[in-house]
Design a binder for this molecule. Structure first.
Ligand SMILES: Cc1cc2nc3c(=O)[nH]c(=O)nc-3n(C[C@H](O)[C@H](O)[C@H](O)COP(=O)(O)O)c2cc1C
Length: 186
């Protein structure tokens, strides 16, 4: 099987990370993979914000904790009460992918880019996980105040984010795939 297909099939969402930072060369290669994703009419409507600063990661974590606490979702509220709360699993690198709201397909562009980041990370031996909750960062006053600091261009919306770091455990097994999700017409 080709290495590319192996990477696609073997990538797993990683939820425990070493505190050791990933190498800059790995980060650059991961970002480059994101920048080379396909995009509607080649608009490349994405923006990547890499956060490796512990203090800023801590501030983002605190904002999300408040968002979770007031989410109205009992599961999220319970998670927010945990002493070691971190929706990005204390990963040393967080990459927030935002996209231009005025583009043709910002959600699709940014999602494909984020998918590329996850696959590239796996190919390099770096663990990763898509983290949805960053989308809610701007739902609080404090979160919105971070916009400039995060370098997110005006008119861009956060589509998602990825946690990145070296895996601190055993590789998780793949979740079983749902049956009946394919129709082939010849
Ligand atoms: C849009 C999207 C949002 C996700 N959000 C989260 C998240 O917030 N936290 C998390 O731990 N995993 C998140 N995941 C990862 C999924 O839970 C994971 O991909 C799924 O369980 C299958 O596992 P696998 O990635 O190991 O194949 C998300 C995945 C996608 C595509």
């Amino acid at each position: 099987m080709s290495e590319t297909l192996q990477t696609i099939l073997q990538r797993r969402s990683i939820r425990s990370y070493k505190q050791e930072q990933i190498k800059d060369s790995e980060l650059q290669a991961i970002i480059e993979a994101g920048r080379f994703a396909p995009s509607a009419r080649n608009q490349q409507s994405w923006h990547f914000t890499v956060v490796q600063n512990q203090a800023l990661l801590g501030r983002i974590n605190k904002i999300l904790q408040v968002v979770f606490l007031h989410s109205g979702d009992p599961l999220l509220e319970e998670r927010a009460k945990a002493e070691n709360f971190s929706p990005f699993y204390h990963a040393p690198t967080l990459i927030i992918v935002s996209a231009d709201e005025k583009a043709i397909a910002p959600q699709a562009d940014a999602s494909l880019a984020l998918g590329n980041l996850l696959l590239a990370a796996h190919a390099l031996g770096v663990g990763s996980c898509w983290i949805h909750s960053l989308r809610f960062l701007f739902s609080t006053e404090e979160g919105r105040a971070l916009n400039k600091e995060l370098g997110i261009p005006a008119g861009y919306t956060i589509v998602g984010s990825g946690a990145f770091g070296y895996h601190a455990g055993e590789a998780p097994a793949a979740a079983p795939r749902r049956e009946g999700t394919v129709t082939i017409i010849k």
